[in-house]
Design a protein around this ligand. Structure first.
Ligand SMILES: Cc1ncc(COP(=O)(O)O)c(C=O)c1O
Length: 414
């Protein structure tokens, strides 16, 4: 597909580390300032082309038939698994389970590993930074098994209270579930310390990498965690696809959580035996074209200068947060030393919803609300936050437009 030329990044400010004209939606909406990237990112044209190409040249179901299209589809799907393994530096593609997204991946771990392993009195240690996706599946498991959920507190600046974390860890802790970056206020917890302390108490660690993978390398062999999840759509890929990574040893001991085609070894009415991982955890027809699209997105990201992207995104956040200091009536939430490229705000004279609506009238797309993190907002004692979250394609000029619009609405409301 030929793309019309995109709006170049303004050269006098920090240049974009990626080619904005590769994003069809941004090209079609040259006036749009899209800073709702923590909710979902836009897709480069290579992702759209990969899905289209799959349907046009290789569409068939996977793992089932002997004809050449089925072979091509199976190859494309399994190659996507290899790409995902490469992206996470997993030891083997067999450690990659495709799911609908991060949410389904966490539910899989809770329902499979959790139901088999968790007993009454066991504890699951989460943090106040977690998205509901890393809270509610554990609560469902706890209700079923008699386990207890504990939560590590945050400090007023939004960083994790590590003293509280260590005090909560005990021999009863079976799993620590921790985000690599808060979707609501951006905090990046000191994950290496958390993993080693959890392992020191014999607990497993699940990393929610949904907000991390677009911004930093997440390396399974370096991190030494036990489970890790992310969603395709937050890392320039399609919706409907996500990844669960787990250590091969753990996966092979985990029972199935959904039954159906392709996850079995032999089926009879007398009983069923199950396939080895990853097939054991992928019942039914998987999201084939979405896996192909995800692989294209991950390949695209791995071809970019990821350090330059990280520097650029941090510079955008800092430019925004510095600019906000000159606007009266803005309060920034989340001032931890290490932050993902997002800023969460409230306003003394306006509700965040009204500000978001005004920004929308200026074609600036932000997210507002509790960001699926109600326990975090309760801890911060704030009902709603306006979130501005950056991706590689955002520009310093866009930050200046956001600042000018915020200044305008807040002066008007003062
Ligand atoms: C930190 C975090 N975890 C999990 C999720 C759930 O992702 P999904 O809705 O794609 O399953 C999100 C989505 O916003 C998130 O930000």
């Amino acid at each position: 597909m030929m793309m019309p030329p995109g709006k170049p990044c303004p050269q006098e400010l920090t240049p974009c580390p990626v080619d904005r004209s590769a994003f069809p939606l941004l090209v079609r909406n040259p006036g749009l300032v899209y800073v709702d990237n923590a909710a979902t990112t836009h897709k480069p044209v290579c992702v759209l082309e990969a899905e289209r190409n799959f349907y046009e040249t290789a569409n068939a179901n996977v793992h089932r038939a002997a004809h050449r299209l089925a072979v091509a589809a199976t190859d494309a799907f399994e190659n996507a698994r290899t790409t995902a393994a490469h992206f996470l530096n997993a030891a083997s593609p067999d450690e990659i389970i495709f799911t609908r997204g991060a949410t389904e991946a966490i539910n899989l771990v809770a329902q499979s590993w959790g139901r088999a392993q968790i007993k009454p009195g066991d504890e699951i240690l989460l943090t106040e930074l977690e998205h509901h996706a890393n809270i509610v599946p554990w609560q469902l498991l706890a209700q079923e098994t008699g386990a207890r959920i504990r939560a590590v507190r945050i400090r007023p600046d939004g960083s994790l209270d590590l003293d509280h974390f260590h005090a909560q860890l005990s021999s009863r802790t079976r799993l620590v579930g921790c985000t690599l970056a808060s979707n609501a206020i951006g905090t990046v917890p000191p994950i290496a310390d958390i993993i080693s302390a959890a392992h020191g108490h014999g607990a497993l660690v699940l990393l929610d990498a949904a907000q991390a993978v677009a911004h930093q390398w997440v390396d399974m062999q370096q991190l030494d965690a036990d489970f890790c999840v992310f969603s395709g759509h937050k890392v320039y890929g399609p919706t409907g696809i996500g990844v669960l990574w787990a250590r091969a040893q753990l996966l092979s001991a985990m029972p199935p959580w959904q039954g159906g085609g392709e996850m079995i070894d032999r089926v009879s009415f007398a009983g069923t035996t199950f396939a080895a991982p990853p097939a054991r955890f992928e019942a039914g027809t998987p999201p084939i074209a979405q896996a192909v699209g995800l692989a294209a997105a991950l390949d695209w990201l791995m071809r970019q200068d990821r350090n330059a992207i990280a520097r650029h995104e941090t510079a955008l956040r800092q430019r925004l947060e510095t600019g906000l200091q000159r606007i009266a009536g803005v309060r920034l939430y989340g001032e931890a030393g290490n932050k993902a490229p997002l800023s969460a705000l409230s306003f003394t004279t306006a509700h965040p919803f009204d500000v978001a609506q005004f920004l929308d009238s200026r074609d600036i797309a932000v997210r507002v609300g509790s960001h699926c993190a109600q326990p975090l907002l309760a801890a911060l004692d704030v009902p709603a936050l306006l979130r501005i979250s950056f991706a590689a394609y955002n520009t310093a000029e866009e930050v200046d437009r956001i600042l000018a619009s915020l200044e305008e609405i807040l002066e008007w409301l003062a």
